[in-house]
Design a protein around this ligand. Structure first.
Ligand SMILES: [Zn+2]
Length: 619
Protein backbone atom coordinates (compact mmCIF):
# COMPACT_ATOMS: atom_id res chain seq x y z
CA UNK A 1 0.00 0.00 0.00
CA UNK A 2 1.41 3.34 -0.94
CA UNK A 3 0.77 6.78 0.43
CA UNK A 4 0.84 9.04 -2.55
CA UNK A 5 -2.27 8.21 -4.52
CA UNK A 6 -4.71 5.94 -2.80
CA UNK A 7 -7.74 7.54 -4.33
CA UNK A 8 -10.44 5.35 -2.87
CA UNK A 9 -9.18 5.91 0.66
CA UNK A 10 -9.07 9.67 0.78
CA UNK A 11 -12.52 9.92 2.34
CA UNK A 12 -11.53 7.46 5.03
CA UNK A 13 -8.66 9.69 6.00
CA UNK A 14 -11.01 12.51 6.87
CA UNK A 15 -13.29 10.22 8.87
CA UNK A 16 -10.41 8.80 10.86
CA UNK A 17 -8.86 12.19 11.47
CA UNK A 18 -11.95 13.13 13.48
CA UNK A 19 -11.50 10.24 15.89
CA UNK A 20 -9.94 10.97 19.23
CA UNK A 21 -6.30 10.02 19.54
CA UNK A 22 -3.55 10.55 22.04
CA UNK A 23 -0.97 10.38 19.27
CA UNK A 24 0.23 13.08 16.92
CA UNK A 25 0.63 12.55 13.21
CA UNK A 26 2.74 15.61 12.48
CA UNK A 27 5.94 14.55 14.25
CA UNK A 28 7.92 11.45 13.23
CA UNK A 29 7.99 8.34 15.40
CA UNK A 30 11.51 7.09 15.95
CA UNK A 31 12.06 3.33 15.83
CA UNK A 32 15.40 1.70 16.56
CA UNK A 33 15.71 -2.04 16.07
CA UNK A 34 18.66 -3.64 17.80
CA UNK A 35 19.35 -6.85 15.86
CA UNK A 36 22.73 -7.56 17.45
CA UNK A 37 21.24 -10.57 19.25
CA UNK A 38 19.98 -12.14 16.00
CA UNK A 39 22.04 -15.32 16.60
CA UNK A 40 20.08 -15.68 19.88
CA UNK A 41 16.85 -15.02 17.96
CA UNK A 42 15.92 -11.86 19.88
CA UNK A 43 15.38 -8.39 18.43
CA UNK A 44 14.83 -5.33 20.57
CA UNK A 45 12.68 -2.37 19.55
CA UNK A 46 12.82 1.11 21.04
CA UNK A 47 10.22 3.60 19.88
CA UNK A 48 9.94 7.24 20.78
CA UNK A 49 6.41 8.35 20.02
CA UNK A 50 5.08 11.91 20.12
CA UNK A 51 1.90 11.89 22.21
CA UNK A 52 -0.49 14.17 24.07
CA UNK A 53 -1.98 13.53 27.50
CA UNK A 54 -5.07 11.34 27.68
CA UNK A 55 -6.12 7.89 26.46
CA UNK A 56 -3.84 6.32 23.86
CA UNK A 57 -4.50 3.23 21.78
CA UNK A 58 -1.64 1.48 20.00
CA UNK A 59 -1.78 -1.35 17.48
CA UNK A 60 0.60 -4.14 16.58
CA UNK A 61 0.17 -4.76 12.81
CA UNK A 62 -2.45 -7.46 12.33
CA UNK A 63 -3.54 -7.82 8.68
CA UNK A 64 -0.26 -8.05 6.81
CA UNK A 65 -0.22 -7.00 3.14
CA UNK A 66 0.69 -9.92 0.90
CA UNK A 67 -0.17 -12.44 3.59
CA UNK A 68 -3.90 -11.86 3.09
CA UNK A 69 -4.76 -12.68 6.69
CA UNK A 70 -4.73 -11.44 10.31
CA UNK A 71 -1.44 -13.20 10.98
CA UNK A 72 0.79 -10.50 12.44
CA UNK A 73 3.05 -12.47 14.83
CA UNK A 74 1.65 -10.95 18.03
CA UNK A 75 2.60 -13.97 20.15
CA UNK A 76 6.28 -13.14 19.59
CA UNK A 77 6.02 -9.64 21.06
CA UNK A 78 7.45 -9.77 24.60
CA UNK A 79 8.91 -7.51 27.28
CA UNK A 80 6.53 -4.67 26.44
CA UNK A 81 7.13 -1.55 28.52
CA UNK A 82 5.96 2.05 28.28
CA UNK A 83 7.76 4.95 29.97
CA UNK A 84 7.39 8.71 30.02
CA UNK A 85 9.79 11.07 31.75
CA UNK A 86 11.37 8.08 33.46
CA UNK A 87 8.06 6.76 34.88
CA UNK A 88 6.57 3.42 33.90
CA UNK A 89 3.08 3.68 32.46
CA UNK A 90 0.76 0.69 32.89
CA UNK A 91 -1.00 -0.80 29.88
CA UNK A 92 -3.84 -3.20 29.20
CA UNK A 93 -4.64 -5.32 26.21
CA UNK A 94 -7.98 -4.92 24.48
CA UNK A 95 -10.53 -7.51 25.55
CA UNK A 96 -11.69 -8.12 21.98
CA UNK A 97 -8.49 -7.72 20.00
CA UNK A 98 -5.12 -9.07 21.12
CA UNK A 99 -3.27 -6.73 18.73
CA UNK A 100 -4.55 -3.61 20.55
CA UNK A 101 -3.02 -1.96 23.64
CA UNK A 102 -4.50 0.82 25.77
CA UNK A 103 -2.79 3.23 28.15
CA UNK A 104 -3.27 6.66 29.68
CA UNK A 105 -0.66 9.30 28.86
CA UNK A 106 -0.10 11.47 31.97
CA UNK A 107 -0.42 15.25 31.95
CA UNK A 108 2.68 17.09 30.79
CA UNK A 109 4.02 14.19 28.75
CA UNK A 110 4.88 14.86 25.10
CA UNK A 111 6.90 11.75 24.22
CA UNK A 112 6.43 8.12 25.07
CA UNK A 113 9.27 5.59 25.24
CA UNK A 114 8.14 2.16 24.10
CA UNK A 115 10.36 -0.90 24.47
CA UNK A 116 9.69 -4.48 23.51
CA UNK A 117 11.45 -7.61 22.31
CA UNK A 118 10.53 -9.60 19.26
CA UNK A 119 11.30 -13.31 19.46
CA UNK A 120 12.44 -14.61 16.08
CA UNK A 121 10.76 -18.01 15.76
CA UNK A 122 13.26 -20.77 15.18
CA UNK A 123 13.48 -21.68 11.51
CA UNK A 124 11.58 -18.67 10.21
CA UNK A 125 13.60 -15.56 9.32
CA UNK A 126 16.78 -15.50 11.41
CA UNK A 127 19.82 -17.77 11.61
CA UNK A 128 23.24 -17.55 13.23
CA UNK A 129 24.42 -15.77 10.09
CA UNK A 130 21.52 -13.77 8.65
CA UNK A 131 18.24 -11.98 9.28
CA UNK A 132 15.34 -10.94 7.09
CA UNK A 133 13.59 -8.12 8.91
CA UNK A 134 9.98 -7.26 8.12
CA UNK A 135 9.19 -4.01 9.92
CA UNK A 136 5.61 -4.97 10.78
CA UNK A 137 7.11 -7.38 13.30
CA UNK A 138 8.96 -4.67 15.20
CA UNK A 139 6.67 -1.63 15.32
CA UNK A 140 3.62 -0.39 17.17
CA UNK A 141 1.55 2.41 15.71
CA UNK A 142 -1.10 4.75 17.09
CA UNK A 143 -4.76 4.13 16.33
CA UNK A 144 -6.87 6.53 14.30
CA UNK A 145 -4.12 7.70 11.95
CA UNK A 146 -3.67 6.20 8.48
CA UNK A 147 -0.46 4.27 7.88
CA UNK A 148 0.37 6.65 5.04
CA UNK A 149 0.10 9.64 7.37
CA UNK A 150 2.49 8.29 9.99
CA UNK A 151 6.17 9.03 9.52
CA UNK A 152 8.87 6.81 11.03
CA UNK A 153 12.57 7.54 11.46
CA UNK A 154 13.92 4.01 11.35
CA UNK A 155 17.31 2.83 12.51
CA UNK A 156 18.78 -0.68 12.46
CA UNK A 157 21.71 -1.93 14.53
CA UNK A 158 23.20 -5.09 13.03
CA UNK A 159 25.68 -7.61 14.45
CA UNK A 160 29.26 -6.41 13.93
CA UNK A 161 30.51 -6.90 10.39
CA UNK A 162 27.16 -7.76 8.85
CA UNK A 163 26.18 -6.13 5.57
CA UNK A 164 22.65 -5.31 4.41
CA UNK A 165 20.40 -4.76 1.42
CA UNK A 166 17.01 -3.03 1.17
CA UNK A 167 14.95 -0.72 -1.02
CA UNK A 168 14.68 1.73 1.91
CA UNK A 169 16.56 4.95 1.14
CA UNK A 170 19.54 5.25 3.53
CA UNK A 171 20.20 8.47 5.45
CA UNK A 172 23.58 7.46 6.79
CA UNK A 173 25.57 4.50 8.00
CA UNK A 174 28.21 4.27 10.71
CA UNK A 175 29.72 0.87 11.43
CA UNK A 176 26.95 -1.58 12.16
CA UNK A 177 24.27 1.13 12.50
CA UNK A 178 22.21 2.36 9.60
CA UNK A 179 19.65 5.18 9.67
CA UNK A 180 17.01 5.33 6.99
CA UNK A 181 15.38 8.45 5.57
CA UNK A 182 12.03 9.39 7.15
CA UNK A 183 9.34 7.22 5.64
CA UNK A 184 5.61 6.57 5.96
CA UNK A 185 4.56 3.54 7.98
CA UNK A 186 3.07 1.79 4.96
CA UNK A 187 6.29 2.14 2.93
CA UNK A 188 8.36 1.06 5.93
CA UNK A 189 6.25 -2.08 6.32
CA UNK A 190 6.61 -2.55 2.56
CA UNK A 191 10.43 -2.40 2.68
CA UNK A 192 12.16 -5.30 4.46
CA UNK A 193 15.89 -5.45 5.13
CA UNK A 194 18.14 -8.45 4.56
CA UNK A 195 21.35 -8.52 6.58
CA UNK A 196 24.03 -11.10 7.14
CA UNK A 197 27.65 -12.03 7.68
CA UNK A 198 27.85 -13.66 4.25
CA UNK A 199 26.35 -11.15 1.89
CA UNK A 200 26.55 -10.35 -1.80
CA UNK A 201 24.80 -7.85 -4.01
CA UNK A 202 24.71 -8.20 -7.82
CA UNK A 203 23.58 -5.53 -10.28
CA UNK A 204 20.78 -6.89 -12.48
CA UNK A 205 20.07 -3.76 -14.52
CA UNK A 206 19.78 -4.62 -18.23
CA UNK A 207 21.87 -2.51 -20.64
CA UNK A 208 20.03 0.72 -21.46
CA UNK A 209 17.50 0.29 -18.63
CA UNK A 210 17.20 3.57 -16.70
CA UNK A 211 15.98 2.04 -13.43
CA UNK A 212 18.40 0.25 -11.14
CA UNK A 213 17.77 -3.42 -10.25
CA UNK A 214 19.85 -5.61 -7.97
CA UNK A 215 19.74 -8.86 -6.04
CA UNK A 216 20.83 -8.67 -2.38
CA UNK A 217 21.67 -12.11 -1.01
CA UNK A 218 22.57 -13.34 2.47
CA UNK A 219 23.44 -16.97 3.14
CA UNK A 220 24.69 -19.31 5.84
CA UNK A 221 28.09 -19.60 4.16
CA UNK A 222 30.10 -17.63 1.62
CA UNK A 223 30.06 -20.33 -1.08
CA UNK A 224 26.26 -20.28 -1.23
CA UNK A 225 26.41 -16.84 -2.84
CA UNK A 226 28.14 -18.01 -6.02
CA UNK A 227 25.42 -17.27 -8.53
CA UNK A 228 26.56 -18.56 -11.92
CA UNK A 229 27.13 -16.11 -14.80
CA UNK A 230 24.30 -17.93 -16.63
CA UNK A 231 21.85 -17.32 -13.80
CA UNK A 232 22.97 -13.69 -13.57
CA UNK A 233 22.32 -13.28 -17.29
CA UNK A 234 18.91 -14.94 -16.95
CA UNK A 235 17.97 -12.71 -14.02
CA UNK A 236 18.91 -9.65 -16.11
CA UNK A 237 16.74 -11.14 -18.87
CA UNK A 238 13.90 -11.41 -16.36
CA UNK A 239 14.17 -7.69 -15.64
CA UNK A 240 14.28 -6.91 -19.37
CA UNK A 241 11.32 -9.20 -20.12
CA UNK A 242 9.26 -7.52 -17.39
CA UNK A 243 9.70 -4.20 -19.21
CA UNK A 244 8.44 -5.77 -22.46
CA UNK A 245 5.46 -7.38 -20.74
CA UNK A 246 4.24 -4.41 -18.70
CA UNK A 247 5.72 -1.51 -20.66
CA UNK A 248 6.36 0.44 -17.48
CA UNK A 249 7.51 0.14 -13.88
CA UNK A 250 6.05 1.50 -10.66
CA UNK A 251 9.11 1.80 -8.45
CA UNK A 252 12.18 3.96 -7.95
CA UNK A 253 14.55 1.00 -7.98
CA UNK A 254 14.11 -2.69 -7.27
CA UNK A 255 15.82 -5.13 -4.90
CA UNK A 256 15.42 -8.89 -5.00
CA UNK A 257 16.19 -9.87 -1.37
CA UNK A 258 17.19 -13.52 -1.27
CA UNK A 259 18.02 -15.53 1.87
CA UNK A 260 19.81 -18.85 1.21
CA UNK A 261 19.54 -21.08 4.25
CA UNK A 262 18.20 -24.42 5.42
CA UNK A 263 17.25 -22.74 8.70
CA UNK A 264 14.67 -20.26 7.43
CA UNK A 265 11.14 -20.86 6.15
CA UNK A 266 11.06 -21.10 2.35
CA UNK A 267 8.55 -18.74 0.76
CA UNK A 268 8.42 -15.36 -0.88
CA UNK A 269 6.68 -12.17 0.16
CA UNK A 270 6.09 -9.42 -2.33
CA UNK A 271 6.77 -5.76 -1.83
CA UNK A 272 6.50 -2.79 -4.12
CA UNK A 273 10.21 -2.15 -4.56
CA UNK A 274 11.61 -5.46 -3.35
CA UNK A 275 10.71 -9.01 -2.48
CA UNK A 276 11.57 -11.14 0.52
CA UNK A 277 12.42 -14.56 -0.91
CA UNK A 278 13.99 -17.59 0.69
CA UNK A 279 15.47 -20.75 -0.81
CA UNK A 280 17.51 -23.68 0.54
CA UNK A 281 21.15 -22.90 1.31
CA UNK A 282 22.83 -24.54 -1.69
CA UNK A 283 20.19 -23.59 -4.28
CA UNK A 284 22.55 -21.52 -6.45
CA UNK A 285 25.11 -24.34 -6.61
CA UNK A 286 22.68 -26.93 -8.00
CA UNK A 287 21.84 -27.68 -11.65
CA UNK A 288 18.23 -26.73 -10.81
CA UNK A 289 19.18 -23.18 -9.72
CA UNK A 290 17.42 -21.52 -12.66
CA UNK A 291 14.27 -23.50 -12.02
CA UNK A 292 14.27 -22.44 -8.35
CA UNK A 293 15.01 -18.78 -9.06
CA UNK A 294 12.44 -18.64 -11.84
CA UNK A 295 9.79 -20.37 -9.76
CA UNK A 296 10.05 -17.98 -6.83
CA UNK A 297 11.64 -14.68 -7.85
CA UNK A 298 9.69 -14.18 -11.09
CA UNK A 299 6.40 -14.56 -9.18
CA UNK A 300 7.39 -12.10 -6.46
CA UNK A 301 8.76 -9.64 -9.03
CA UNK A 302 5.48 -9.69 -11.03
CA UNK A 303 3.70 -8.72 -7.82
CA UNK A 304 5.23 -5.26 -8.02
CA UNK A 305 2.78 -4.65 -10.88
CA UNK A 306 0.07 -7.14 -10.01
CA UNK A 307 -0.81 -7.02 -6.34
CA UNK A 308 1.17 -3.99 -5.26
CA UNK A 309 0.40 -1.44 -8.02
CA UNK A 310 -2.90 -2.93 -9.25
CA UNK A 311 -4.57 -4.29 -6.13
CA UNK A 312 -8.13 -5.47 -5.56
CA UNK A 313 -9.96 -2.68 -3.74
CA UNK A 314 -11.14 -5.11 -1.09
CA UNK A 315 -7.54 -6.09 -0.31
CA UNK A 316 -6.42 -2.47 0.03
CA UNK A 317 -6.70 -1.30 3.61
CA UNK A 318 -5.60 2.04 5.09
CA UNK A 319 -4.03 0.52 8.19
CA UNK A 320 -3.33 -2.98 9.47
CA UNK A 321 -6.19 -3.30 11.89
CA UNK A 322 -8.78 -3.20 9.13
CA UNK A 323 -9.80 -6.62 7.75
CA UNK A 324 -9.22 -7.49 4.12
CA UNK A 325 -11.70 -9.19 1.83
CA UNK A 326 -9.95 -11.81 -0.23
CA UNK A 327 -12.41 -12.81 -2.96
CA UNK A 328 -10.22 -11.40 -5.76
CA UNK A 329 -7.11 -13.35 -4.81
CA UNK A 330 -7.56 -15.34 -8.04
CA UNK A 331 -6.57 -12.04 -9.68
CA UNK A 332 -3.94 -10.91 -7.16
CA UNK A 333 -2.23 -14.28 -6.81
CA UNK A 334 -3.69 -16.26 -9.71
CA UNK A 335 -2.61 -13.88 -12.45
CA UNK A 336 0.80 -13.46 -10.78
CA UNK A 337 1.21 -17.22 -10.65
CA UNK A 338 0.51 -17.36 -14.38
CA UNK A 339 2.76 -14.44 -15.39
CA UNK A 340 5.72 -15.46 -13.18
CA UNK A 341 6.42 -18.81 -14.88
CA UNK A 342 5.74 -17.23 -18.28
CA UNK A 343 8.46 -14.63 -17.58
CA UNK A 344 10.74 -17.34 -16.14
CA UNK A 345 10.45 -19.16 -19.46
CA UNK A 346 10.84 -16.00 -21.56
CA UNK A 347 14.00 -15.09 -19.63
CA UNK A 348 15.64 -18.53 -19.91
CA UNK A 349 15.52 -19.31 -16.18
CA UNK A 350 13.14 -22.11 -17.22
CA UNK A 351 13.38 -24.20 -20.36
CA UNK A 352 10.38 -24.74 -22.59
CA UNK A 353 10.21 -28.31 -21.31
CA UNK A 354 10.20 -27.20 -17.67
CA UNK A 355 7.31 -24.86 -18.42
CA UNK A 356 5.37 -27.70 -20.06
CA UNK A 357 6.04 -30.03 -17.15
CA UNK A 358 4.98 -27.33 -14.73
CA UNK A 359 1.63 -26.86 -16.46
CA UNK A 360 1.13 -30.62 -16.64
CA UNK A 361 1.82 -30.93 -12.90
CA UNK A 362 -0.80 -28.28 -12.11
CA UNK A 363 -3.39 -29.76 -14.44
CA UNK A 364 -2.90 -33.19 -12.87
CA UNK A 365 -2.95 -31.83 -9.34
CA UNK A 366 -6.24 -30.01 -10.00
CA UNK A 367 -7.75 -33.02 -11.78
CA UNK A 368 -7.21 -36.46 -10.26
CA UNK A 369 -5.19 -34.92 -7.42
CA UNK A 370 -7.98 -32.64 -6.16
CA UNK A 371 -11.28 -34.34 -5.44
CA UNK A 372 -11.93 -31.33 -3.16
CA UNK A 373 -12.82 -29.41 -6.33
CA UNK A 374 -16.12 -31.32 -6.36
CA UNK A 375 -17.33 -29.60 -3.20
CA UNK A 376 -15.38 -26.38 -3.07
CA UNK A 377 -15.14 -24.00 -6.03
CA UNK A 378 -12.09 -21.88 -6.84
CA UNK A 379 -13.76 -18.70 -5.59
CA UNK A 380 -14.20 -20.20 -2.13
CA UNK A 381 -10.50 -21.00 -1.86
CA UNK A 382 -9.89 -17.24 -2.22
CA UNK A 383 -12.68 -16.10 0.11
CA UNK A 384 -11.66 -18.54 2.86
CA UNK A 385 -7.95 -17.65 2.76
CA UNK A 386 -7.83 -15.74 6.08
CA UNK A 387 -9.26 -18.68 7.98
CA UNK A 388 -8.29 -21.82 6.17
CA UNK A 389 -4.92 -21.39 4.52
CA UNK A 390 -2.97 -22.44 7.59
CA UNK A 391 -4.44 -25.91 7.80
CA UNK A 392 -1.58 -27.27 5.71
CA UNK A 393 0.18 -29.23 8.40
CA UNK A 394 -2.66 -31.63 9.02
CA UNK A 395 -2.57 -33.12 5.52
CA UNK A 396 -5.78 -33.84 3.61
CA UNK A 397 -5.00 -31.05 1.13
CA UNK A 398 -6.59 -32.99 -1.74
CA UNK A 399 -9.95 -32.92 0.03
CA UNK A 400 -9.73 -29.62 1.99
CA UNK A 401 -8.18 -27.68 -0.89
CA UNK A 402 -5.85 -24.92 0.29
CA UNK A 403 -4.62 -21.89 -1.60
CA UNK A 404 -5.65 -23.32 -4.97
CA UNK A 405 -6.35 -19.82 -6.26
CA UNK A 406 -2.62 -19.78 -7.07
CA UNK A 407 -2.40 -22.92 -9.20
CA UNK A 408 -5.89 -22.86 -10.61
CA UNK A 409 -5.26 -19.18 -11.32
CA UNK A 410 -2.40 -20.27 -13.60
CA UNK A 411 -4.74 -22.34 -15.73
CA UNK A 412 -7.49 -19.72 -15.57
CA UNK A 413 -5.25 -16.92 -16.82
CA UNK A 414 -3.59 -19.10 -19.44
CA UNK A 415 -7.08 -19.69 -20.79
CA UNK A 416 -7.71 -15.93 -20.67
CA UNK A 417 -4.51 -15.42 -22.70
CA UNK A 418 -5.65 -17.89 -25.36
CA UNK A 419 -9.14 -16.37 -25.52
CA UNK A 420 -7.73 -12.84 -25.99
CA UNK A 421 -5.65 -14.22 -28.87
CA UNK A 422 -8.57 -16.13 -30.41
CA UNK A 423 -11.28 -13.48 -30.01
CA UNK A 424 -9.09 -10.68 -31.32
CA UNK A 425 -8.17 -12.71 -34.38
CA UNK A 426 -4.55 -12.86 -33.24
CA UNK A 427 -4.19 -9.08 -33.03
CA UNK A 428 -4.05 -8.85 -29.21
CA UNK A 429 -2.28 -10.85 -26.53
CA UNK A 430 -1.91 -11.13 -22.77
CA UNK A 431 0.96 -8.64 -23.13
CA UNK A 432 -1.52 -6.04 -24.40
CA UNK A 433 -3.71 -6.77 -21.40
CA UNK A 434 -0.79 -6.27 -19.01
CA UNK A 435 0.24 -3.02 -20.67
CA UNK A 436 -3.31 -1.77 -20.48
CA UNK A 437 -4.11 -2.99 -16.98
CA UNK A 438 -0.75 -2.49 -15.27
CA UNK A 439 0.54 0.41 -17.38
CA UNK A 440 0.68 4.15 -16.88
CA UNK A 441 3.47 6.47 -15.80
CA UNK A 442 5.96 5.56 -13.08
CA UNK A 443 5.23 7.66 -9.99
CA UNK A 444 7.23 5.36 -7.76
CA UNK A 445 5.31 2.99 -5.52
CA UNK A 446 1.59 3.71 -5.66
CA UNK A 447 -1.64 1.72 -5.48
CA UNK A 448 -4.33 1.73 -8.15
CA UNK A 449 -7.19 -0.35 -6.87
CA UNK A 450 -9.50 -2.42 -9.08
CA UNK A 451 -12.74 -4.35 -8.98
CA UNK A 452 -14.01 -7.33 -10.93
CA UNK A 453 -15.81 -4.91 -13.27
CA UNK A 454 -12.53 -3.09 -14.01
CA UNK A 455 -10.91 -6.38 -15.02
CA UNK A 456 -13.78 -7.28 -17.32
CA UNK A 457 -13.83 -3.80 -18.85
CA UNK A 458 -10.14 -3.97 -19.74
CA UNK A 459 -10.55 -7.43 -21.27
CA UNK A 460 -13.61 -6.41 -23.28
CA UNK A 461 -11.79 -3.41 -24.71
CA UNK A 462 -9.10 -5.77 -26.04
CA UNK A 463 -11.28 -8.66 -27.12
CA UNK A 464 -15.07 -8.49 -26.75
CA UNK A 465 -16.28 -11.74 -25.19
CA UNK A 466 -18.60 -12.99 -22.47
CA UNK A 467 -15.89 -12.52 -19.84
CA UNK A 468 -18.41 -12.26 -17.01
CA UNK A 469 -19.90 -15.63 -17.96
CA UNK A 470 -16.44 -17.14 -18.43
CA UNK A 471 -15.16 -16.09 -14.99
CA UNK A 472 -18.44 -17.02 -13.32
CA UNK A 473 -18.23 -20.53 -14.76
CA UNK A 474 -14.59 -21.04 -13.84
CA UNK A 475 -14.91 -19.50 -10.37
CA UNK A 476 -17.96 -21.48 -9.29
CA UNK A 477 -17.27 -24.81 -10.99
CA UNK A 478 -17.40 -28.00 -8.94
CA UNK A 479 -16.27 -30.21 -11.80
CA UNK A 480 -13.80 -32.95 -10.97
CA UNK A 481 -11.93 -32.14 -14.19
CA UNK A 482 -9.12 -29.57 -14.15
CA UNK A 483 -9.80 -26.46 -16.28
CA UNK A 484 -7.35 -27.26 -19.09
CA UNK A 485 -8.96 -25.05 -21.77
CA UNK A 486 -5.87 -22.83 -21.94
CA UNK A 487 -3.51 -25.76 -22.49
CA UNK A 488 -5.79 -27.17 -25.19
CA UNK A 489 -6.42 -23.81 -26.88
CA UNK A 490 -2.63 -23.45 -26.88
CA UNK A 491 -2.24 -26.65 -28.92
CA UNK A 492 -1.24 -29.12 -26.19
CA UNK A 493 -2.83 -31.95 -24.19
CA UNK A 494 -2.28 -33.42 -20.74
CA UNK A 495 -1.39 -37.12 -20.79
CA UNK A 496 -0.22 -39.61 -18.18
CA UNK A 497 2.57 -42.13 -18.75
CA UNK A 498 5.19 -43.95 -16.69
CA UNK A 499 8.03 -41.49 -17.37
CA UNK A 500 8.91 -39.48 -14.22
CA UNK A 501 8.63 -35.69 -14.60
CA UNK A 502 11.71 -33.55 -15.16
CA UNK A 503 11.02 -30.94 -12.50
CA UNK A 504 13.08 -30.58 -9.35
CA UNK A 505 11.34 -27.89 -7.31
CA UNK A 506 8.15 -27.81 -5.30
CA UNK A 507 6.35 -29.07 -8.37
CA UNK A 508 8.85 -31.93 -8.54
CA UNK A 509 8.04 -35.58 -8.60
CA UNK A 510 4.43 -36.20 -7.53
CA UNK A 511 5.47 -39.65 -6.31
CA UNK A 512 2.55 -42.04 -6.30
CA UNK A 513 -0.30 -39.54 -6.25
CA UNK A 514 -1.61 -40.48 -9.71
CA UNK A 515 -1.15 -44.24 -9.28
CA UNK A 516 -2.15 -45.58 -5.86
CA UNK A 517 -3.07 -42.06 -4.66
CA UNK A 518 -0.43 -41.36 -2.00
CA UNK A 519 2.04 -38.57 -1.40
CA UNK A 520 4.60 -40.12 0.95
CA UNK A 521 7.64 -38.58 2.65
CA UNK A 522 11.03 -40.28 2.61
CA UNK A 523 10.39 -41.72 6.08
CA UNK A 524 7.06 -43.25 5.02
CA UNK A 525 4.79 -40.60 6.54
CA UNK A 526 1.72 -40.05 4.40
CA UNK A 527 1.44 -36.36 3.54
CA UNK A 528 -1.75 -36.83 1.59
CA UNK A 529 -3.97 -39.73 0.54
CA UNK A 530 -6.25 -38.85 -2.36
CA UNK A 531 -9.86 -39.39 -1.28
CA UNK A 532 -11.33 -42.17 -3.43
CA UNK A 533 -7.93 -43.46 -4.60
CA UNK A 534 -6.93 -47.15 -4.29
CA UNK A 535 -4.76 -46.40 -1.22
CA UNK A 536 -7.51 -44.38 0.47
CA UNK A 537 -10.03 -47.15 -0.19
CA UNK A 538 -7.56 -49.55 1.42
CA UNK A 539 -7.82 -47.53 4.65
CA UNK A 540 -4.82 -45.19 4.41
CA UNK A 541 -5.05 -41.46 5.18
CA UNK A 542 -2.86 -38.46 6.01
CA UNK A 543 -0.38 -38.67 8.89
CA UNK A 544 -0.26 -42.48 8.95
CA UNK A 545 3.14 -44.01 8.40
CA UNK A 546 4.05 -46.73 5.93
CA UNK A 547 6.63 -49.04 7.49
CA UNK A 548 6.45 -52.10 5.21
CA UNK A 549 5.91 -52.89 1.52
CA UNK A 550 5.05 -56.44 0.45
CA UNK A 551 6.71 -57.89 3.54
CA UNK A 552 9.86 -55.74 3.49
CA UNK A 553 10.82 -52.62 5.45
CA UNK A 554 9.56 -49.51 3.61
CA UNK A 555 11.76 -47.50 1.27
CA UNK A 556 10.46 -45.15 -1.44
CA UNK A 557 12.17 -47.34 -4.04
CA UNK A 558 10.47 -50.53 -2.81
CA UNK A 559 7.08 -48.82 -3.02
CA UNK A 560 7.79 -47.70 -6.60
CA UNK A 561 8.94 -51.21 -7.49
CA UNK A 562 5.81 -52.71 -5.97
CA UNK A 563 3.57 -50.39 -8.03
CA UNK A 564 5.46 -51.36 -11.21
CA UNK A 565 5.39 -55.09 -10.57
CA UNK A 566 1.66 -55.09 -9.72
CA UNK A 567 0.91 -53.70 -13.18
CA UNK A 568 -1.40 -55.92 -15.21
CA UNK A 569 -1.40 -58.61 -12.51
CA UNK A 570 -4.05 -59.59 -9.99
CA UNK A 571 -1.56 -59.34 -7.09
CA UNK A 572 -2.44 -56.53 -4.64
CA UNK A 573 0.20 -54.29 -3.04
CA UNK A 574 0.43 -54.99 0.70
CA UNK A 575 1.40 -52.05 2.89
CA UNK A 576 2.13 -52.27 6.61
CA UNK A 577 0.93 -49.09 8.28
CA UNK A 578 1.42 -47.54 11.71
CA UNK A 579 -1.59 -45.50 12.82
CA UNK A 580 -2.03 -44.17 16.36
CA UNK A 581 0.41 -46.74 17.73
CA UNK A 582 -1.19 -49.75 16.03
CA UNK A 583 0.10 -51.80 13.11
CA UNK A 584 -2.33 -52.46 10.31
CA UNK A 585 -1.99 -54.27 7.01
CA UNK A 586 -3.63 -52.50 4.07
CA UNK A 587 -4.26 -54.22 0.76
CA UNK A 588 -4.12 -51.87 -2.21
CA UNK A 589 -5.73 -53.12 -5.39
CA UNK A 590 -4.03 -51.12 -8.12
CA UNK A 591 -2.69 -52.55 -11.38
CA UNK A 592 -2.05 -49.68 -13.82
CA UNK A 593 1.62 -49.03 -12.98
CA UNK A 594 3.35 -45.70 -12.44
CA UNK A 595 1.53 -42.61 -13.77
CA UNK A 596 2.99 -39.15 -14.25
CA UNK A 597 1.53 -36.12 -16.05
CA UNK A 598 3.09 -34.55 -19.16
CA UNK A 599 2.08 -32.26 -22.01
CA UNK A 600 2.06 -33.53 -25.60
CA UNK A 601 1.42 -31.55 -28.76
CA UNK A 602 -2.00 -31.62 -30.36
CA UNK A 603 -1.00 -31.35 -33.99
CA UNK A 604 -4.55 -30.39 -34.98
CA UNK A 605 -4.02 -26.94 -33.45
CA UNK A 606 -1.29 -24.28 -33.79
CA UNK A 607 1.25 -24.13 -30.97
CA UNK A 608 0.26 -20.90 -29.24
CA UNK A 609 1.47 -22.09 -25.83
CA UNK A 610 5.11 -21.88 -26.90
CA UNK A 611 4.49 -18.62 -28.72
CA UNK A 612 3.49 -17.13 -25.36
CA UNK A 613 6.82 -18.05 -23.74
CA UNK A 614 9.18 -16.88 -26.50
CA UNK A 615 11.58 -14.12 -25.41
CA UNK A 616 10.41 -10.61 -26.28
CA UNK A 617 13.42 -8.61 -25.13
CA UNK A 618 15.84 -9.95 -27.75
CA UNK A 619 18.38 -11.29 -25.29
ZN1 LIG B 1 2.16 -14.23 -4.63
Amino acid sequence: MKPKQIRSLVFLASILAMAASGALAEEAISVTVDATKTPQKLLHTHLVMPVKPGPLTLYYPKWIPGEHGPDGPIANLTGLKFEADGRTIPWTRDLLDVFTFHLEVPQGVSHLDVDFDYIEPDGLSATDKLLVLEWNEVVLYPADILAEKLTYDAKLVMPEGWKFGTSLPVENQAGNQVSFKPISLNLLVDSPVITGEFYRSIDLTPPGEPIHHEIDMAADSADDLNMSPENQKEMINLVAESAKLFGTRHYRDYHFLLALSDHVAHFGLEHHESNNSRLPERTLLLPSSGESLGGLLAHEFVHSWNGKFRRPADLTVPYYEQPMKTDLLWGYEGLTDYLGPMLAARSGLWTQEQYHEYLASIAAMLGPGRPGRTWRPLLDTAIAEPGLSFARDGGWMNWRRGTDYYDEGDLLWLEVATIIHRESGGRKSIDDFCQEFHGGPNHGPEVKTYTFDDLVKTLNALAPFDWVGFFHTRLTSTSAEAPVGGIENGGWKVVFDDKPPKLEGRRGNPGNVYSIGLRVGGDGTVADAIVGSPAFEAGISSQMKIVGVNGRVYTPELLSDAIKSAKDTSQPITLLIVADGYFRTCTVNYHDGARYPHLVRDEARPDYLDELIKPRAGS
